[in-house]
Design a protein around this ligand. Structure first.
Ligand SMILES: NC(=O)c1ccc[n+]([C@@H]2O[C@H](COP(=O)([O-])OP(=O)(O)OC[C@H]3O[C@@H](n4cnc5c(N)ncnc54)[C@H](OP(=O)(O)O)[C@@H]3O)[C@@H](O)[C@H]2O)c1
Length: 305
C-alpha cells in the first residue's frame, strides 16, 4: 500500500490505518483471518487504545496476530491513553502505568506511536514531558502524538514536551467535516463559519502533523454509517456515480475523498469486514479530481459561499 511519513518523523506508514476498537466483535478465527488479510494487503499499521474493550481488544489482537519478536518487526503499533471512567488523566503516573498495561496486553516491549486520547483540562505539560522523556529513554515509546486536540492544546503541551507531535487523531468524515467547511466561510455570518477547532486542519498542515481521521464512515457521534443510508440520498447518488466511474465500491470512494486532501491524512478505518477492508485499501491507489472532491463535499449538504 502507498506510504506516507508520519508527521515530521522518518517512520513510513501505510496511508490507511487499521483501527482495532471493534476487534472484540470477532471470534478467534475471524480475528486471525482479519489480521492476516490486513498484513497481506500491506495494512500493517494498527491503531489501539487502552480502553478499547476495556483492554480486551489489545489482547485479542496480540493473540490473533500470534505476537512474537519477528511478527512485531513487521508491524507498526499505535495505542492511546488518557481516558479513564468519568475523567481524563494526563498525569505522569497514569501515562506511565497505561503504557505498561498496553505493552503487556499487546505482548511487546515498545510502541511505535503513543497518542494522548482526549484532552485533559487538568493537564500539566511538564508532567507529560517527564512521562514522554521516560518512555522515550526506556525505549517503550518511539513517537508521540495526540488525539482530539486543537492547536492551542498542542501548543500548551509543546511548552514542555520536546518530542515532535507526529499525529493528531480527529473525527473526520464526508458528513462530519466542520474542520474543512469553516475554512470556506471565514468571517461570514452563517453557521458554517463557526470555528469549532481553532483551525486544526491548517495548524496540522503548517506543522506537518499527520491527521488521522477516525470514524471515516460515521455521521454524528457514532450515529451510523452514511453509505447506503436513506438520510443522505444526494450524497450516496454522487458517491455511487463516482464509484461506477472508477469501477470501485462506495467504500473506496469515501476513503479516497479523505486521501485526496493534501493534508497528509491517514484515515483510521474501523471495519471488521474483510471485503470492506480490501475496498478501503484500494482507495490508496485512487486520486479523485478536484471537481469530484468538491462535488462530494457539496452533495453532503455543504454550501460554498
Ligand atoms: N481517537 C478517538 O477518539 C477515536 C474514536 C473512535 C474511534 N477511533 C479509532 O478509529 C477507528 C475507526 O472508528 P469507527 O469504527 O467508528 O470507524 P468507521 O470505519 O467509520 O466505522 C466502522 C463501523 O461501520 C461499519 N460500516 C462501515 N462501512 C459500512 C457499510 N458500508 N455498511 C454497513 N456498515 C458499515 C463497520 O461494520 P463492519 O465491521 O461490518 O464493516 C463498523 O461497525 C477505531 O477502530 C479506532 O481505532 C478513535
Amino acid at each position: 500500500m502507498r506510504k506516507i511519513k508520519l508527521g515530521t518523523s522518518s517512520l513510513e506508514v501505510p496511508v490507511v490505518a487499521v483501527g482495532c476498537m471493534r476487534i472484540n466483535s470477532l471470534d478467534k478465527q475471524e480475528a486471525e483471518r482479519f489480521v492476516r488479510t490486513s498484513l497481506e494487503l500491506g495494512a500493517n499499521f494498527f491503531d489501539h487504545a487502552d480502553i478499547y474493550g476495556a483492554g480486551k481488544c489489545e489482547e485479542i489482537f496480540a493473540d490473533a496476530i500470534g505476537m512474537s519478536p519477528s511478527v512485531r518487526e513487521g508491524i507498526i503499533l499505535q495505542s492511546k491513553c488518557g481516558i479513564r471512567p468519568g475523567r481524563f488523566d494526563f498525569s505522569k503516573e497514569h501515562i506511565l502505568a497505561s503504557v505498561d498495561g498496553i505493552l503487556k496486553r499487546l505482548r511487546t516491549d515498545y510502541l511505535d506511536v503513543l497518542l494522548l486520547h482526549r484532552p485533559d483540562t487538568l493537564v500539566e505539560p511538564e508532567e507529560v514531558a517527564e512521562a514522554f522523556d521516560q518512555l522515550e529513554r526506556s525505549g517503550k515509546v518511539r513517537h508521540f502524538g495526540v488525539s482530539n486536540q486543537n492547536p492551542m492544546q498542542i501548543q500548551l503541551l509543546k511548552k514542555a514536551v520536546k518530542q515532535p507531535i507526529v499525529a493528531n487523531q480527529l473525527q473526520l468524515s464526508i458528513t462530519n467535516s466542520t474542520m474543512i467547511s469553516q475554512g470556506f466561510n471565514v468571517n461570514m455570518e452563517n453557521d458554517s463559519a463557526v470555528n469549532r477547532d481553532g483551525s486544526v486542519l491548517d495548524f496540522c498542515r503548517l506543522h506537518d502533523i499527520t491527521i488521522q481521521p477516525w470514524s471515516p464512515f460515521q455521521y454524528g457521534f457514532f450515529e451510523g454509517v452514511f453509505l447506503d443510508n436513506d438520510k443522505f440520498p444526494e450524497l450516496n447518488a454522487k458517491i455511487n456515480e463516482i464509484a461506477a466511474k472508477y469501477g470501485v465500491s462506495n467504500t473506496t470512494i469515501a476513503i479516497a475523498w479523505l486521501l485526496r486532501h493534501p493534508a497528509n491524512m491517514q484515515p483510521v478505518i474501523g471495519t471488521m469486514n474483510i471485503d470492506r477492508l480490501k475496498d478501503c485499501v484500494k482507495a490508496a491507489d485512487i486520486r479523485l479530481t478536484r471537481e469530484e472532491w468538491y462535488e462530494i463535499f457539496r452533495a453532503a449538504g455543504n454550501v460554498l459561499p
